[in-house]
Design a binder for this molecule. Structure first.
Ligand SMILES: Cc1cc2nc3c(=O)[nH]c(=O)nc-3n(C[C@H](O)[C@H](O)[C@H](O)COP(=O)(O)OP(=O)(O)OC[C@H]3O[C@@H](n4cnc5c(N)ncnc54)[C@H](O)[C@@H]3O)c2cc1C
Length: 503
């Protein structure tokens, strides 16, 4: 029997106060979640070497938001109350509100250099998108619309961190969900009860689930007739009995020191397979139940996908700025920064980063308001930049790689080399530059390698390719968002011009 998570926030902030980092860590510490890695159950993710760095990074984001001097940028006050909540939960009613979401996410992204994709503001955007359109969820059988609004309120009051798992396991993509060799491979409903439903099966991947308070289980793949059992949207506490979180290999676990792996050691947000082993979900945490139409359209007929990915682009733009800064530092170290061909390469990178950044402004400048006064970011601007991201990203990484030459490779094996005075003497003589000490130079180059060449970096490249879905799907979103009517009208315009005969 499911028990309500022993307080999604067992050490809650006093009423009206923001959740702090310490309160966040206390709430997920040894709370009964079942996280597995290297064949073991990890009892406390806040202190285990594989997870502690990322857990502390997330805690630092909560501290940033709780700092009174950041109150205006990080929080908002709904018109009907005095309490302040994280801005990422705000339903924007004006372009300024949308920009406010942007500024909040930018502050968090800058704290992590854009290297944590699923910080709590990501799925909060999806939830805000659902809360913007409660009527979309309304059905005659149960109060799903009320559930959405109540959960949104609870998430705001507790500054909840929600991860999501919306893609089924790959197993066999040539078959629909119910046609798989076992119909309980993909996470779906197996039992309906008076008080809720029981979920069995798995979902491919939930980034950040190890650290989150809840996982939103749903499906963004089109589901076929007969797949109704998989067409759900439910919130599951990460410590719900039966929920198993199987972490991939941690890139932080064996680093030795953040001197050698400054990014892996701090920002490895962890991706996990989530297995629902007869997990009970009470009705109040169900938004969508056995409804293929709602399951598919929750992403497109509410602004959820737009808010979540507006945040994702703010985060991505920040990461590109960081990549440019790092590459520029690298050029300075190698003494190449002043060379015109190098500046041309940097100019190309800067052009791509600026396009990404400007497309966020475009989403806001061209935003539209729906009949309920809710502001939606411009979809064409959003999907245009997402569709090109899988081309821009490897191109930019490749330029940085090219400009680095051998510098990122030929580095001391670890920080321990500096503890041996004989070795340190040679390192100071041969691996230093332009008035930069050996240790400072190596610290920057190790950061660059962690951004471009390590396993952490490789996962990031996969992330940027797939975080918003495979690129063929994003291009289909772009196709749907583009104004082809206007484009073809231009062609018709020429056809309709009066003929001009010259002979
Ligand atoms: C690092 C990382 C983090 C992620 N985090 C999350 C998360 O937090 N939550 C979540 O739910 N998901 C997450 N995902 C999963 C992500 O949503 C999926 O990986 C993504 O949607 C792609 O789906 P897939 O892996 O099932 O690929 P598939 O759909 O199996 O496609 C694989 C490839 O096959 C080709 N292909 C397949 N079908 C077609 C077609 N019809 N036309 C053309 N080409 C085709 C394409 O090249 C495609 O890229 C994450 C993925 C990564 C890599």
């Amino acid at each position: 029997m499911h028990k309500e998570k022993s307080g999604t926030n067992p050490t809650p902030a006093a009423s009206g106060q923001m959740r702090t980092g310490a309160q966040y860590l206390a709430s997920i510490k040894a709370d009964g979640r079942h996280v597995y890695m290297d064949g073991e159950l990890i009892k406390d993710v806040t202190s285990h070497p594989a997870f502690v760095g990322a857990a502390n990074s997330i805690a630092s984001l909560y501290d940033l938001a709780a700092d009174p001097k950041n109150e205006e940028i990080m929080t908002f006050k709904p018109a009907n109350g005095d309490a302040r909540y994280l801005r990422c939960f705000q339903v924007p009613k004006s372009i300024d509100d949308l920009k406010g979401r942007h500024l909040m996410s930018e502050k968090w992204a800058e704290a992590t250099c854009g290297l944590m994709g699923r910080t709590p503001d990501h799925v909060a955007g999806f939830l805000a998108g659902y809360a913007a359109c409660p009527d979309f969820f309304a059905q005659p059988d149960r109060a799903y619309a009320k559930n959405v609004l109540q959960f949104h309120q609870k998430a705001m009051e507790n500054s909840l961190y929600i991860a999501y798992a919306i893609v089924p396991p790959q197993i066999d993509r040539s078959k629909s969900a119910h046609e798989q060799s076992d119909p309980t491979l993909y996470a779906g409903v197996v039992t309906e009860r008076d008080d809720g439903i029981v979920i069995r099966g798995a979902q491919q991947l939930a980034t950040g689930a190890v650290f989150a308070d809840y996982v939103y289980l749903s499906c963004i793949h089109p589901l076929a007739p007969g797949d109704e059992n998989y067409a759900n949207g439910v919130m599951v506490p990460t410590n719900a009995p039966g929920l198993k979180i199987y972490s991939r290999r941690s890139f932080a676990r064996d680093i030795g020191s953040t001197f050698d792996y400054p990014l892996s050691g701090r920002f490895d947000e962890i991706d996990s397979l989530v297995v629902f082993d007869d997990v009970f979900v009470p009705w109040e945490d169900v938004f969508i139940y056995r409804n293929r139409d709602l399951c598919w359209n929750q992403w497109w007929k509410t602004p959820s996908h737009s808010y979540g990915n507006h945040q994702a682009q703010v985060r991505y733009s920040t990461k590109l700025k960081f990549l440019l800064g790092l590459t520029q530092r690298l050029n300075e170290l190698t003494g190449n920064a002043g060379k015109p061909p190098v500046q041309i390469q940097m100019g190309e990178m800067a052009a791509m980063a600026t396009i990404v950044d400007s497309m966020i402004t475009a989403q806001e400048a061209k935003a539209t308001m729906d009949e309920n006064g809710v502001v939606w970011p411009d979809k064409a601007s959003l999907y245009a930049v997402m569709a090109l991201q899988s081309q821009i990203n490897p191109k930019m990484i490749d330029i940085a790689r090219e400009l680095s030459g051998g510098s990122m490779i030929m580095l001391p094996s670890s920080y321990l080399d500096y503890r041996n005075p004989d070795i340190a003497k040679d390192l100071e003589r041969y691996i230093s530059s332009n008035g930069v000490s050996s240790k400072d130079r190596v610290a920057i180059l190790k950061m660059a390698w962690d951004m471009i060449g390590t396993e952490f970096a490789g996962r990031h490249q996969q992330y940027e390719k797939f975080y918003g879905g495979a690129s063929f799907l994003i291009k289909q979103n772009m196709y749907r968002a583009y104004d082809f009517k206007h484009a073809t009208a231009l062609v018709d315009h020429i056809l309709e011009l009066p003929p001009v005969e010259q002979h």
